[in-house]
Design a protein. Structure first.
Length: 139
């Protein structure tokens, strides 16, 4: 079993399951009791002015920029995220690879969070191509 320890929780990828690291996520996040739980509402690719890029990769980068700012406002960081839920409009292999690359860049030498990717036909705003909800834990 491949266990990667973070400062607060354990990320586990059992040997009996395929290795998900190439896809930028992990199978299991184990969080000890009494940790501070931080729920980040689904973040879209809109900037502070509510503007959306027409390009998927730019929206993905903006989503994680938004998440990092939300985390910083409560004294947390991207590596404190244990779980991601990702919704993508008209999901395809090209979008998937772009997402994986950005996640791998953000989590460089850290364990990837557990993650669920959900293809959807539409999101809340016209032109919104991705939405990401995150759950983080700190001491």
């Amino acid at each position: 079993m491949n266990k990667i320890n973070t400062p607060i929780f354990k990320i586990i990828n059992p040997n009996e399951l395929y290795n998900p690291r190439g896809n930028g996520y992990s199978h299991i996040a184990v969080v000890p009791p009494n940790m501070r739980t931080i729920h980040i509402a689904g973040q879209g690719g809109e900037n502070k002015n509510g503007e959306l890029s027409e390009y998927f990769e730019q929206q993905v980068q903006q989503v994680f920029y938004n998440i990092q700012h939300a985390l910083a406002s409560v004294h947390a960081q991207i590596v404190d995220i244990a779980v991601l839920r990702i919704l993508i409009v008209e999901h395809d292999a090209e979008k998937h690879q772009a997402l994986i690359q950005i996640i791998q860049d953000l989590w460089k030498n850290h364990a990837f969070p557990a993650c669920t990717l959900i293809p959807v036909p539409r999101l809340a705003l016209e032109g919104m191509l991705i939405e990401v909800e995150a759950t983080a834990y700190t001491a």
